[in-house]
Design a protein around this ligand. Structure first.
Ligand code: SF4
Length: 181
């Protein structure tokens, strides 16, 4: 009887552990700083609303603890990496959403126009599982799933639906990219 109660208690603790996990302020700050640094070095921008961003960062840490990977905090994850691979942050939909809507679905990443105040952040429609492919609007050459863009200044090449807003190597803006393939 005692053993059964004990086992039941342990089982309950294990089941609720992922939900009970709450990242510390220090963990949130560390991941926030890392995302900020990575974004800046890669030509991306984090949303300037730090309080809002830290709530998303907390969600990423909770998902890391729950699933073992940082599933998008704004989407329902299946809990299997192979099924969630497209929504591990930064998700497959970030760049096309930045191009079309100036922000990713969660609003973690924003365009330079949002950052400068030239545009206002609006709600972003869900692109995942919609009929709109990630590379909508692009004519893709046979055999390539995505167009290839070349930075005309430093020669950096990348295959993605749109040229990046800023070259991650030499930091020139999008208009310095040409369609390579
Ligand atoms: S929508 Fe934004 S926060 Fe969510 S996974 Fe994509 S890039 Fe990350």
């Amino acid at each position: 009887m005692r053993g059964g109660l004990r086992a039941g208690k342990i089982e309950a603790e294990i089941r609720v552990k992922p939900i009970m996990y709450k990242p510390t302020t220090q963990e949130i700050e560390q991941l926030y700083q890392k995302l900020k640094k990575d974004a800046e070095s890669g030509g991306y921008h984090l949303n300037p609303d730090e309080k809002f961003i830290k709530e998303l960062v907390e969600g990423l840490l909770i998902n890391q603890n729950r699933f073992g990977y940082q599933a998008c905090p704004c989407r329902l994850a299946a809990g299997k990496k192979v099924e969630d691979i497209d929504i591990i942050c930064p998700c497959d939909y970030r760049d096309p959403d930045l191009t079309d809507h100036d922000a990713c679905y969660c609003g973690l990443y924003v365009s330079g126009k949002i950052l400068s105040g030239e545009k206002k952040l609006k709600s972003i429609p869900e692109r995942r599982n919609s009929s709109v492919p990630a590379n909508a609007g692009q004519k893709v050459m046979d055999g390539l799933s995505q167009p290839v863009w070349r930075c005309q200044v430093c020669g950096y090449l990348c295959a993605r639906p749109e040229a990046p807003e800023t070259c991650p190597i030499c930091k020139v803006p999008k208009d310095r990219f040409e369609r390579f393939m």
